[in-house]
Design a protein around this ligand. Structure first.
Ligand SMILES: NC(=O)c1ccc[n+]([C@@H]2O[C@H](COP(=O)([O-])OP(=O)(O)OC[C@H]3O[C@@H](n4cnc5c(N)ncnc54)[C@H](OP(=O)(O)O)[C@@H]3O)[C@@H](O)[C@H]2O)c1
Length: 236
């Protein structure tokens, strides 16, 4: 059985963990405060979930999700992730994360920073464009008319295929949107951020994000233009 390791078990981590358990995966959760603080979540998720340290979760995962605030990305364990596919949900909120000059100058992307930290892993940007409440609700069986599509970015075709298969299993279609360097198109404030999965601009009312809409909004992103103001996703 495939095990999903989670570095971070907050809004997005716990939501992906629930989707993964429901799809038949085992999950190993971790956070900054220690496994004992995850006992309630583990109990809710049931026998296919357990809690561990971040290093142990990284070691246990066949596929690993990094879903911590951007300011903590350098804490992600490096050695246990060598050779693995690492899904990255990070978004940049300067008020939360502090300013990162290279991001402010649009010289890099959040996922490129994680990839520099994990040079022997295959980082794939995914899940960053959808509010966790919508993520919990919009999963559908393969082929359903109202299935949502999530953009994925990465530099390794095999890793993107692995993530695409995981998305399919948890109820989502994947759209290969390019490399990590191109993932600025889906960062905070770009057109595809949050809104495809929100009804009439209300992020708390989920609506299916269709592939043609996601593709169109990705194409409309303009790196030289100012991003729209930060979208109101609750952040840690
Ligand atoms: N909220 C959303 O809907 C959403 C959607 C897409 C993407 N994102 C992005 O995804 C990331 C996570 O968001 P979130 O809303 O899930 O955040 P969150 O609810 O605050 O959860 C963050 C998790 O990361 C853990 N963590 C923090 N520092 C850590 C460290 N050094 N080592 C290990 N674990 C650490 C926290 O553990 P402790 O609680 O023990 O500190 C917590 O479990 C952020 O970059 C966010 O911008 C969020």
């Amino acid at each position: 059985m495939t095990t999903i390791g989670l570095i971070g078990s907050g809004n997005i981590g716990s939501t992906v963990a629930r989707l993964a358990v429901d799809a038949g995966y085992d999950v190993v959760l971790s956070n900054s405060r220690g496994p004992e603080t995850l006992a309630d979540l583990v109990a809710q998720l049931g026998p296919h979930a357990r809690a561990a340290t971040a290093a142990e979760a990284a070691e246990a995962g066949d596929l690993v999700l990094v879903t911590v605030p951007l300011h903590a990305y350098r804490d992600v364990p490096v050695e246990p992730l060598v050779g693995k596919t690492v899904m990255d949900t990070n978004n940049y909120y300067p008020d939360r994360d502090g300013h990162v000059d290279a991001l402010d100058r649009a010289e890099t992307t959040t996922s490129s920073l994680l990839a520099e930290h994990l040079p022997q892993s295959h980082v794939v940007k995914v899940f960053n464009t959808i509010f966790f409440v919508a993520l919990a609700q919009l999963g559908r069986a393969s082929g359903a008319d109202d299935r949502s599509t999530l953009p994925v970015f990465g530099d390794d075709a095999g890793a993107k295929a692995e993530v695409t298969a995981f998305l399919d299993a948890v109820g989502y279609d994947a759209l290969d949107a390019g490399t990590l360097e191109e993932s600025w198109r889906a960062e905070n404030g770009r057109p595809v951020y949050v809104m495809p999965y929100a009804s009439d601009g209300d992020v708390t009312t989920p609506a299916p994000g269709r592939a043609d809409v996601v593709r169109d909004l990705l194409a409309r992103a303009d790196r030289d233009g100012d991003p729209q103001p930060a979208q109101p996703m609750p952040q840690g």
